[in-house]
Design a protein around this ligand. Structure first.
Ligand code: UDX
Ligand code: UDX
Length: 459
């Protein structure tokens, strides 16, 4: 079968996989290939057991894989035959050298640019999907311009705004698609080419075009703003716990103001995920680089409050358990950084679990999708941990349940039965405020929510 255009995506991760699956679904006349250096991951994408869990993804993959969606480890051939290349490799925070702990580690990204250069013969559009420091496209262009084999490149920025757990829905009905390009004739043409892909299912007015740097920076700023809302509400949750105000009532009251809006105002144990912290630190690092110290300090506070919230949560657990958890069994409900994903990157659960282990608690961790990653994350960590798919068994003999992830499954368990299996007094720390606190209190539990008065028999 001959295809109108050949699209390649480098990086078959949480972003590349779902994004390309939806493009393949909506653009049957385009051939979409996803490559990755990780051959095992590619094998999984080609198997019945996908490497990531995302609601609705498997159905789409089953429909389009082998028709116009292909997974391959042959990066060179993929680059050679493609017209459009999306780059979706990971850009974690640097752990070494200059900018360690703040700047993006661009080594994979640069290696990818080199690979594109070495294997290209004809003209290509390169679209950055991964979050990058502003002006990275310029660096990509510099690398790509060092070729002498006649290949021409136009670099555009097309950041992804999908949220894990709702990735497919976000891709099918995005609030907007953002495409940044040079305002030159070839730049605008490249942006139009990328826009044409999304126009298959996204209304044209939702496809926003900007200059290259605005697009790159918008991605960082969008994540920084979202994270800032969570840190803002979490900071107020601390005040609520001191004043008997209720954070859920406050979220509702302020969120009803249309200027504020109701989304992203759920107080929690803190935000996690691969993007928020990384992107804010990156933003702060860029601001510092331009001598804008106040701007950098302002955004860094969002991360500081997030750390504070997690520390506060663990502090509350220990305090409520009579200032010692030594030898006490605690069930951890949820290890993923949010519901409906198996992803545990930057999950608050990691911090909470480590702290409780340092205090010599005995932990049983349960999660519907993230136990495999939890095992990897906690390999080598000292302390007594068991991993238990069945939440009832996880709660067996436990003195406390610490709810970290807002899985629906945790809302509908038979807590009367769980209460019977637990050691008394039985405590629940609801790090997501998803349980029915009054009802649970009536069952005999001592309940400690976030930003609300606790309900306890332990006076
Ligand atoms: C990635 C970036 O981390 C994020 O900054 C950006 O906003 C979106 O893309 P994600 O898809 O969640 O996010 O990352 P991950 O699931 O780690 O996938 C990246 C993939 O790239 C991995 O499968 C990795 O093996 C692959 N990769 C990495 C390459 O194929 N080549 C490389 O040189 C490096
Ligand atoms: C985020 C952005 O939303 C998305 O646009 C971008 O492309 C990637 O980064 P993601 O990290 O997948 O997506 O999930 P998101 O739903 O934003 O949640 C991030 C974290 O914030 C999670 O730990 C979540 O539990 C937490 N959160 C979210 C809260 O604590 N309270 C809220 O009200 C909302």
């Amino acid at each position: 079968m001959s295809f109108e255009k050949k699209i390649l995506c480098i990086g078959a991760g949480y972003v590349g996989g779902p994004t390309m699956a939806v493009i393949a679904l909506k653009c049957p006349e385009y051939k979409v290939t996803i490559v990755d250096i990780n051959e095992e991951k590619i094998r999984k994408w080609n198997s019945g057991e996908l490497p990531i869990y995302e609601p609705g993804l498997e159905e789409i993959i089953t429909k389009v894989r082998g028709s116009n969606l292909f997974f391959s480890a042959d990066i060179k051939s993929g680059i050679k035959e493609s017209d459009i290349i999306f780059v979706s490799v990971n850009t974690p925070t640097k752990t070494f050298g200059l900018g360690a702990g703040m700047a993006s580690d661009l080594q994979y990204w640069e290696k990818t640019a080199q690979q594109i250069l070495e294997n290209s013969e004809g003209p290509k559009i390169v679209a950055e999907k991964c979050t990058l420091p502003v002006k990275t496209a310029q660096a990509m262009e510099r690398i790509l311009k060092t070729n002498n084999n006649g290949a021409q490149f136009e670099v555009v920025s097309n950041p992804e705004f999908l949220s894990e757990g709702t990735a497919i829905q976000d891709l099918l009905e995005p609030d907007r698609v953002l495409i940044g390009s040079h305002r030159t004739e070839s730049g605008l043409k490249a942006a139009e080419e990328i826009g044409k892909i999304y126009a298959h299912w996204v209304p044209r007015e939702k496809i926003i075009t900007t200059n290259l740097w605005s697009s790159e920076l918008s991605k960082l700023v969008a994540n920084a703003f979202l994270a800032q809302r969570i840190s803002s509400i979490n900071s107020i949750s601390a005040l609520c716990e001191k004043t008997d105000a209720d954070i859920a009532e406050i979220s509702y009251a302020i969120g009803s103001d249309r200027r504020i809006g109701s989304k992203f105002l759920n107080a929690s144990v803190g935000f996690g995920g691969s993007c928020f912290k990384k992107d804010i630190l990156n933003l702060a690092y860029i601001a510092e680089g331009y001598g804008l110290r106040e701007v950098a300090e302002y955004w860094k506070k969002v991360v500081e409050i997030n750390d504070y919230q997690q520390e506060r949560f663990v502090g509350n657990i220990i305090k409520a358990m009579f200032n010692t958890v030594v030898g006490k069994r605690i069930a951890i409900f949820g290890f993923a950084f949010k519901a409906n994903t198996g992803d545990t990157r930057e999950s608050p659960a990691k911090f909470i679990v480590r702290k409780l282990l340092e205090e010599k608690a005995i932990l049983s961790i349960t999660d519907p999708q993230a136990l495999e990653n939890a095992r990897i994350d906690l390999a080598g960590v000292e302390g007594e941990i068991t991993f238990e798919r069945d939440p009832y068994r996880a709660a067996d003999g436990a003195s406390a349940i610490v709810l970290v992830t807002e899985w629906d499954e945790f809302k509908t368990l038979n807590y009367e039965a769980i209460y019977k299996r637990m050691k008394k007094p039985a405590l629940i720390f609801d790090g997501r405020n998803i349980l029915e606190h009054q009802k649970f209190f009536a069952l005999g539990f001592n309940i400690y929510p976030i930003g609300k008065p606790s309900l306890t028999y332990l006076k």
